[in-house]
Design a protein around this ligand. Structure first.
Ligand code: SAH
Length: 408
């Protein structure tokens, strides 16, 4: 196996279980026999050793500033049954936090570094697991991963792979980046490849083929449940609603009326399907395909107000250098929303940009309140749920943050 030797004193972070080896920490690489090139192949398993020849761990090699992502600390090569053990451990955590129930079969099974599997995301929707690889190393292991999921997660029968948008751009990646890895239930095509999955007793139609990310935003589950608690008797606006997650919880919570708004027509079509399935008699829901800024301006022109607004925009900053613009964006959209909240109303506002930290986001929201002259107080500070765990040695894994504000 190829061995990567670190420079003196560069082993410290690995000894503290931080899973990344930066290229600057590497002294030399000893390739195993048979390499035609002068560097390891992208995605190759390599053993990492200290300058004193101590084994630090085994991980996937990749090209870029993060050169190795460690899979197993203190091991020279991947243990036998590695994938089975890791997937089993991840499943046990989901069981322990109470997500495997007759009224809930929707959960994130693997959250990258948070489950000690850097570069891998797995979401489970009823009998189907959707796998996303963010590294070539995980891409190359996709079949072993699929087999382990099938073996360890009782409800799963199909494994769909969806890594078109998540793998680093490379001209030639071996193998398909999308498609079924395991297809036990064959009649999906007849069902238009979309089906129902249940979250906290609410049914959602999930379209992993055409939908965003793996098909659904599981990360807002707990925050949606909180909206349910606040919704009774309220005029609700669910802005950036996607397939209507927050809307269904608001309706179940007894909202007077819910407006669901998204710029994507496909998303709005699914909102209507989801509302019809869960609340067939509802007459208090309206779904609108519109741009957020235009919609808010149009409502304001009609002097409309809402008692509860949810703002869950897509990541405004995908990279560090976009943070300044993103903060301006958060301030603008929040100002527009706060302006339209009735006295004593509530705002649920979120940022899923990993590059925007909690403090910066809070400042942007407070600047928005000040800009429109409304007094606000924080009722809750929200974050990603338990099935999106943060590896304590990898705080970069924290990305979702939210505030619930009381607006006077
Ligand atoms: N709250 C949702 C997830 C939101 S994801 C849930 O609980 O499932 C962000 C959504 O914002 C996407 O559906 C995307 O289509 C939508 N979006 C992106 N830009 C937009 C814009 N300018 N106006 C309205 N919606 C937009």
């Amino acid at each position: 196996m190829t061995t990567v030797y670190l420079k003196p004193k560069k082993e410290e972070s690995l000894k503290r279980f931080h899973p990344w080896v930066f290229s600057g920490a590497i002294a030399r690489v000893v390739l195993d026999a048979g390499h035609k090139t002068s560097a390891p192949d992208e995605g190759e398993l390599v053993c990492v050793r200290s300058s004193a020849d101590e084994v630090l761990g085994v991980g996937h090699w990749q090209i870029g500033s993060i050169a190795v992502r460690i899979l197993a600390f203190g091991e020279e090569k991947l243990p036998v049954n590695f994938w089975i053990q890791r997937i089993n451990a991840a499943y046990k955590v989901r069981e322990a936090i109470g997500l495997i129930r007759s009224d809930n079969n929707t959960f994130r099974l693997v959250h990258g570094e948070g489950d000690f599997l850097p570069g891998l995301i797995v979401d489970v929707y009823a009998d189907t697991a959707v796998v996303q690889a963010h590294s070539i190393g995980m891409h190359l292991c996709r079949n072993e991963i699929a087999d382990a999921i099938l073996a360890e997660v009782p409800q799963v029968q199909n494994v769909y792979y969806k890594s078109d948008d998540t793998l680093p751009f490379k001209a030639a990646i071996e193998g398909e980046k999308t498609g079924y890895l395991i297809e036990t239930v064959q009649d999906r095509k007849a069902q238009n490849e979309a089906f129902w999955s249940t979250e906290n007793g609410l049914d959602f139609r999930i379209d992993w083929l055409r939908g965003q990310k793996t098909g659904f935003f599981i990360d807002q589950r707990e925050n949606r449940a909180l909206v349910e608690r606040y919704a009774a008797g309220k005029e609700v606006l669910n802005m950036f609603c996607y397939t209507g997650g927050f809307s269904l919880y608001a309706l179940r919570g007894g909202a007077k009326h819910v407006d669901s708004v998204d710029v994507s027509q496909k998303a709005i079509d699914l909102v209507n399907v989801n509302v019809a399935k869960n609340f067939p008699k509802a007459t208090n829901h309206t779904a609108v395909t519109a741009d957020a800024f235009e919609y808010l301006s149009a409502q304001k022109a009609q002097n409309r107000t809402f008692d509860l607004i949810i703002l869950d925009p897509p990541a405004f900053a995908k990279h560090r250098d976009a943070v300044k613009n993103a903060l301006r964006g958060y301030q603008r959209i929040n100002a527009k929303a706060i302006e339209m909240i009735s006295h004593g109303g509530i705002l649920f506002t979120f940022s899923c940009s990993q590059a925007v930290d909690k403090e910066a986001f809070r400042l942007a929201v407070f600047s928005a309140a000040a800009q429109v002259g409304r007094k606000v107080r924080i009722l809750h500070q929200l974050h990603q749920p338990q099935d999106h765990p943060i590896n304590i040695y990898h705080p970069e894994g924290e990305y979702l943050k939210g505030l619930v504000l009381y607006v006077e």
